[in-house]
Design a protein. Structure first.
Length: 116
């Protein structure tokens, strides 16, 4: 299968709808729980934004989630790396991002149900 064209890291890679009725803290918690469950490392958390990173299987992947009460925008600044850890070309880890896109809404429903 040919590589998909890579997206500009300044343009959202994808957008996830926020489950209605969640507070910003609940959205943040959902992102953090999904990332933790997939073994991503949290790099930074600030109001309305979470940054995570994963270096694995030849990738150095950094994702930034910018969120509000309606949506979570996913930005990817990700690279293929060589054995020395040097960035060689921009490449989004599509499957890894898709897993988070599936997991985050599940955690949104869970935190809403738990009332956390």
């Amino acid at each position: 299968m040919p590589d998909a064209p890579e997206k500009d890291p300044n343009v959202p890679y994808s957008v996830i709808a926020v489950v209605p009725g969640l507070s910003p803290k609940q959205v943040e918690d959902s992102i953090l729980r999904a990332a933790s469950g997939r073994k991503w490392t949290v790099q930074d958390v600030k109001p309305g934004e979470v940054t995570i990173r994963l270096m694995h299987r030849g990738y150095d992947a950094t994702l930034v989630f910018k969120y509000d009460g309606e949506k979570v925008e996913v930005f990817s600044d990700s690279w293929r790396i060589n054995r020395e850890g040097e960035k060689t070309r921009r490449k989004d880890p599509v499957g890894w991002i898709e897993n988070l896109e599936k997991d985050i809404p599940v955690f949104m429903v869970r935190v809403r149900s738990a009332g956390s």
